[in-house]
Ligand binder design. Sequence first.
Ligand SMILES: *C/C=C(C)/C=C/C=C(C)/C=C/C1=C(C)CCCC1(C)C
Length: 233
Amino acid sequence: MKNVILQSNDFTGVTFWLISMTMLAATVFFFIERNSVKASWRTSVTLSGLVTGIAFVHYMYMRDVWVTTGTSPTVFRYIDWLLTVPLLMIEFYFILSAVKKVSGGIFWRLLIGTIIMLVGGYLGEAGYIGINLGFIIGMAGWIYILYEVFAGEAGQEAKKLKGAAASCFEFCKWIVTIGWAVYPLGYLFGYMTGSADEVSLNIIYNLADFINKLIFGLVIWHTAKSLTPASAK
Ligand SMILES: *C/C=C(C)/C=C/C=C(C)/C=C/C1=C(C)CCCC1(C)C
């Protein structure tokens, strides 16, 4: 218990503070803005607000733990992930259904695949099952949902989209491929091989969350806004 207040040279601690504040601001923003977009896009913007709202509360806790103890176990993050990651993933269903009629199967496959990915990772990281088994289950879940948005039914439906909705789906698809790769890499280097230290790991996770939760939400909001005719505002 060396630091009980935030130290000015504690860069990781500063990023915990920055992210918690921006998550709060984003939450307020998304909930106010949801009423200014076309009805078919409101659920998507609401989900974005829920994601940043849950992350905000969770970051406040991780931030305090970090400042007082100088650590923030990755297992803590799973509490946030178990709620926010499924909400992010079902955004693909809501992007599609904002512009066309799509089957509910897409929704369930995205939700279930995401939960398998997270539960596998959690069980592995918390020590309930083997490290490798947890990683394999987690990777299988991730590959399954990537398949769904690239080549599965969701991916096929997305090919029929046009304009802003098409670019939105495309952008979100790459976020869950490249932006999300940080977390399995964290599992690999932080937990399986132990070669990444907690300071760098937490900075990277904090930055990744900023992109994967906040920028992701902003792109959806921006798309919703651009597809809302002036008369409907
Ligand atoms: C806002 C938080 C986000 C977007 C967190 C995403 C987390 C993942 C994509 C985690 C994925 C994992 C694997 C693909 C395999 C190993 C276990 C996980 C859970 C770290």
